[in-house]
Design a protein around this ligand. Structure first.
Ligand SMILES: [Zn+2]
Length: 286
């Protein structure tokens, strides 16, 4: 029952963000919304299906197993429920940070995660656009994650909901007043911060890996904020041709010969001038 309400809440958040980003867009759209929505909708549907039949049941089985054994970090040290909840919540998010880094660093995983990144624009519909293969791989990660932590079902369910909600939020193209976003960004991963993660510039894509909290990027020196959204070109340079985002291409992409990801079709590299990012943290730019 909990999951039905969670699903409805996530759906409502999607609809609200979709409406706001049409009214107050952060980055300019280059058109082609309908064709992107179709591709993203089908990829997201497949991802949800795999998550429902593989990730969720496996994670729940691992949760039960860990609590019956008992196995995992939280069964080794006794602490009050509220402390378990907070620390469990934080550790789930930290482990997702590492999983996202691995998806960028391990060539096999990147083949699949790249399908998420080649979306030529970034909005709320990109939020769940993942290749089903990436979702399958994440089943293994989820089982290891919840078993090692030995978290409670409550922590798992609460984190899951916040994870989905913030994933939609930080992928959205909603233009928040800069001061408000900077304030939110002291805690959360926000649209401008994650927009930099979808930039065509290699060093920028390999920054801002966080899902819910921005602190893990700060801690691991992967935080980069000083890139104005108007200067960001979204996508992966080698896959920016219109034909690259056709549904069948995206589905087969991980299984075919890979291009030199960071070179555009004309052979040039996507770079930023001297005033660019260069790993500086600074504050979120407009
Ligand atoms: Zn990524």
């Amino acid at each position: 029952m909990v999951s039905v309400y969670a699903l409805l809440a996530v759906l409502a958040i999607f609809v609200v963000l979709f409406a706001i980003e049409r009214l107050f867009p952060l980055r300019e759209s280059r058109g082609g919304l309908l064709s992107r929505l179709i591709v993203n909708g089908i990829l997201s549907g497949l991802a949800f299906f795999i998550a429902a039949v593989s990730v969720r049941p496996s994670a729940l089985r691992a949760l039960n197993w860990a609590s019956e054994k008992p196995f995992g970090l939280f069964h080794l040290v006794s602490m009050p429920m509220w402390a378990q909840f907070i620390i469990g919540f934080l550790l789930l998010d930290l482990s997702f940070y590492y999983w996202h880094v691995l998806n960028h660093k391990v060539p096999l995983l990147w083949r699949f995660h790249n399908v998420h990144h080649i979306d030529p624009e970034l909005d709320v519909s990109t939020g769940f656009r993942f290749h089903f293969g990436e979702v399958l791989f994440s089943t293994v990660f989820r089982v290891i994650q919840v078993s090692i932590l030995g978290i409670s079902f409550t922590t798992f369910a609460a984190y899951e909901l916040v994870f989905q909600a913030n994933t939609l939020f930080h992928h959205s193209n909603v233009r928040l007043p800069l001061r408000l976003e900077r304030l939110l960004n002291t805690v959360l991963v926000t649209p401008r911060m994650h927009g930099i993660h979808h930039s065509q510039v290699q060093g920028e894509t390999n920054s801002n890996f966080g899902v819910v909290f921005r602190w893990w990027d700060k801690l691991h020196r992967t935080l980069g904020l000083n890139v104005p959204q108007g200067k960001i070109e979204i996508g992966i340079p080698a896959y920016i041709l219109p034909g690259d985002n056709k549904l069948w291409r995206t589905l087969f992409l991980p299984f075919v010969k890979q291009r030199d990801y960071w070179r555009k079709p004309d052979g040039s590299l996507a770079q930023r001038g001297a005033a660019g990012f260069q790993g500086k943290t600074s504050k979120l730019a407009e």
